[in-house]
Design a protein around this ligand. Structure first.
Ligand SMILES: Nc1ncnc2c1ncn2[C@@H]1O[C@H](COP(=O)(O)OP(=O)(O)OP(=O)(O)O)[C@@H](O)[C@H]1O
Ligand SMILES: [Mg+2]
Length: 384
């Protein structure tokens, strides 16, 4: 059941709001951020629905996933993706160029785009800035350029990433206000961390202050209906009602993978004649799975050790970003929690391990948060 449930209407609506905004949506040109919990289908929606729709509406789209390789800096990933799009457009035979020619009626006399700077030096000292490069791209393409950064919150965890966001803001401000601009530079970011993504638009010292932040539209009942229909087509007899299936999907945090896992368990349990009806059984399975989804992450914390658990707890219990994780007061609380003396110097290496395991993330100077808010929610439920 790996088949993707497509959402063309949603994609068309969002693409139109971005590329041809009505009066009320013009603010989207300052940047749009979508935030949604982990594993709810953000990347899938971007790649299978939104990017093709934006391209069909004539935009040049550059897509970067900052989680594709967390060892490479966010800035380097963005530069690499941008460079590869520019290289593609400078090849006369590239399909991307062919599509632009068709959609925009560009006449390039059999040539590719020609840029007035060295592509290899883009973003390096002495090379073209992102603002110059994006301006040239918008002008040659004669239309909109959309940069999509998946997991954009990753960028604000480092100084270099913050600099890159400022450079993108500079690009936006260099291009969009021109009265006769042939197109706009549009920025779309997504993130799994709602608090962090909102920070990007809310704090005045952030590059994208004033941009719009919206919740990612999670899969709805149509998706659940589609899955049930496919199961019924495949001959599964013991199916739950739409209402029960929908409640299970919601309990599982709107996560397709967990939902399918629950349905698979339902099928096995029904066949072992538990005597329960699917509508009685599925809610039980969903409740159990909901917990085990978080267990995997929480096991990582436990494996690091008792101090890691105490630190994780402090961060998870904080409202908003946790501060003072390394303070003497915190060390005393950890000591109390694990029943032995914790020295302040012991804290940093353990926090580093939690960061490396991607269960905690740095949210700014001295600020930490749980990477996956769903895991945080379940942790808190259990500690109550
Ligand atoms: N529209 C869809 N139809 C069917 N399955 C989907 C759909 N969207 C997502 N999925 C499934 O859900 C899982 C998570 O999807 P995806 O990686 O797109 O989510 P994400 O929110 O980007 O996750 P992450 O937080 O890891 O970046 C994948 O297994 C994917 O196949
Ligand atoms: Mg993703």
């Amino acid at each position: 059941m790996a088949e993707v449930f497509r959402r063309p209407h949603l994609a068309a609506e969002l693409a139109t709001r971005l590329l041809r905004p009505g009066v009320l949506d013009e603010g989207l040109r300052s940047g749009l951020f979508l935030s949604g919990l982990r594993r709810t289908g953000k990347t899938t929606f971007l790649r299978t629905d939104l990017v093709p729709e934006l391209e069909a509406q004539g935009a040049v789209v550059i897509y970067v996933d900052l989680w594709s390789d967390t060892k490479v800096s966010p800035a380097a990933l963005v530069h690499a993706a941008f460079r590869s799009t520019l290289e593609e457009l400078s090849r006369p035979t590239s399909p991307l160029l062919g599509r632009l020619r068709r959609l925009r009626g560009l006449d390039l006399g059999g040539m590719g785009f020609r840029f007035g700077f060295q592509l290899e030096q883009l973003g390096q000292a002495g090379g073209a800035t992102l603002a110059q490069a994006f301006t040239e791209l918008v002008d040659q393409a004669g239309g909109d350029v959309v940069l999509i950064i998946d997991e954009v919150q990753q960028a604000i965890t480092t100084e270099e990433g913050n600099q890159m966001l400022l450079a993108l803001k500079a690009a936006r401000d260099a291009i969009n206000p021109r009265p006769d601009t042939p197109g706009h530079f549009l920025f779309l970011g997504t993130g799994s961390h709602r608090a962090l993504v909102s920070e990007l638009t809310a704090r005045r010292n952030q590059a994208f202050a004033g941009a719009t932040s919206l919740p990612y539209p999670v899969l709805d009942q149509d998706y659940v209906r589609h899955v049930l229909q496919r199961l019924s087509d495949a001959g599964m007899a013991q199916l739950p009602s739409l209402e029960t299936a929908w409640s299970a999907f919601v309990a599982l945090g709107h996560r397709p993978e967990e939902f399918l896992r629950a349905l698979a368990q339902l099928e096995t349990s029904s066949s072992t004649s538990s005597g329960l009806q699917p509508d009685q059984l599925l809610p039980v399975i969903a409740a159990t799975l909901r917990g085990s989804a978080a267990d995997l992450e929480l096991q990582k914390v436990e494996q690091i050790g008792g101090l890691a658990v105490a630190i994780f707890d402090r961060v998870a219990q904080a409202e908003g970003p946790a501060r003072g994780v390394f303070s003497a007061e915190a060390a005393a609380a950890y000591s109390e929690a694990i029943g032995r003396e914790v020295r302040v110097e012991e804290i940093q290496p353990v926090v580093n391990e939690l960061l490396a395991a991607n269960v905690l993330m740095r949210l700014g100077h001295g600020l930490y948060g749980v990477t996956d808010p769903f895991v945080q929610e379940i942790w808190r439920e259990r500690r109550r």
